[in-house]
Write a protein that binds this ligand. Structure first.
Ligand code: XIL
Length: 384
């Protein structure tokens, strides 16, 4: 059964959208985004195609970072996730400090819970992340620095990969290794670099390949999105790293581009990102946009203007990213502003002010209404 959802969109009842009137779509592209969107009501759920269905039309998956405790506590979030996603990323549960806060004392409840949830609903699960300085437990860091023993990393990989390798096809083996400002030759001077030197990245990939031979092994990082000298240097450092790893024969299959957009760094200019993605693709690797969201710069502007700025930035970025055939997935870092990591933690603000002060950089607002960003992502996915 075909249901018209207005402005040229038609839902075919099987999770796919169909364009009915291209001209209407073109008009929509230029229309003010204060266009009223249906809430996550029955109407929205039944008549609006999911982001995953829209992404599929471009050969991409769509997913979001989530926490199982939040999904369990909030049926609205659960519905939204099941409606819109074909993949999930663990926002925190797979990080080393969550899995092994004390040496040898593993806590798998949350990670297992999320893996079970994903499996039960046929959703892919990204493995985020095996090695990240910021989420390495303090006990492990101090052991690494004192004993300089790779066994500790190897043991961590062995435990995590053997537990989840059948459920997870894609791993962020190393997270955020780039630092072209205060790092060493473009690499972040983290505990791993200081302990093992720049070879730690290739070594981690090799270790992961041994334990999960069929998985897609990735490096994930941020700060490649804007036309400024800092991010230009970061792009060059990442390209140098990929070039070296490939030359050395390291088993690198892909790059995760976090894409935490930031309106204070804009306006977004397509050329640098287009070139960067193209250069990455030339190494024969895959690309996933792994942590997509938009940080606002002026939360005092009227809401519809704020939402339009966010939506426009998201659309502009995705149009460039999706143009690159090596990009095969988009993951937002959360789905609704209610759970965004970008919220500042100020407490005690009066209710109206507290609501206004929320960052509005994800597809759904804090009350789970789809926002203009939701629709602009749809349009970017559907653009051919
Ligand atoms: C963040 C989570 O969203 C927070 O809840 C947690 O406290 C810290 O980590 N880059 C990454 C993600 O690769 O793992 C980070 O996630 C956000 C920045």
């Amino acid at each position: 059964m075909r249901v018209s959802i207005g402005a040229g969109w038609c839902y075919d009842g099987r999770g796919e959208i169909v364009h009915t009137r291209r001209s209407a779509l073109a008009a929509l592209a230029g229309a003010p985004l204060a266009w009223t969107c249906p809430a996550l009501s029955r109407e929205h759920s039944q008549t609006t195609p999911s982001l995953a269905a829209a992404a599929r039309t471009r050969g991409c998956y769509f997913g979001a970072a989530v926490r199982i405790d939040q999904i369990e506590a909030d049926p609205g979030l659960r519905n939204m996730v099941l409606r819109d996603c074909s993949a999930l990323a663990p926002e925190i549960h797979f990080k080393w400090d969550q899995l092994e806060p004390r040496e040898g004392h593993h806590i798998f409840n949350a990670a297992d819970g999320l893996a079970d949830f994903a499996h039960a609903h046929g959703l892919a699960l990204r493995g985020h992340t095996l090695l990240w300085d910021q989420s390495t437990p303090r006990w492990a860091k101090s052991q690494l620095l004192h004993e300089r023993d790779w066994t500790l990393v190897a043991r961590h990989f062995e435990i995590v990969l053997s537990r989840y390798r059948d459920r997870v096809r894609e791993w962020d083996v190393v997270n955020e290794p780039i630092d072209s400002e205060s790092g060493e030759a473009g690499l972040r001077a983290n505990a791993f670099l200081r302990t093992f030197g720049p070879g730690y990245i290739g070594r981690a990939l090799t270790e992961a390949r041994r334990l999960a031979p069929d998985a897609c092994l990735m490096i994930n990082d941020y700060g490649f999105d804007y036309d400024n000298p800092v991010e230009a240097k970061r792009r060059r450092s990442m390209l140098r790293l990929v070039e070296r790893l490939k030359r050395e024969g390291a088993p690198l299959d892909g790059i995760g581009v976090q894409a935490h957009l930031d309106l204070s760094k804009g306006p977004f200019r397509p050329a640098p990102v287009r070139e960067f993605l193209q250069e990455l693709a030339q190494f024969g690797i895959e690309i996933v946009i792994t942590e997509f969201d938009v940080r606002e710069s002026d939360r005092s502007a009227p809401l519809d203007l704020r939402d339009r700025r966010v939506a426009d930035e998201a659309r502009a970025y995705l149009e460039v990213a999706l143009d690159q055939p090596a990009v095969r997935g988009v993951v937002t870092w959360g789905l609704s502003d209610r759970h965004s990591w970008l919220q500042d933690q100020r407490r005690g603000l009066p209710r109206v002010e507290a609501a206004r002060s929320l960052n509005r950089g994800l597809p759904y607002d804090a009350a789970f209404n789809p926002k203009p960003m939701y629709w602009s992502m749809h349009e970017a996915f559907r653009k051919v």
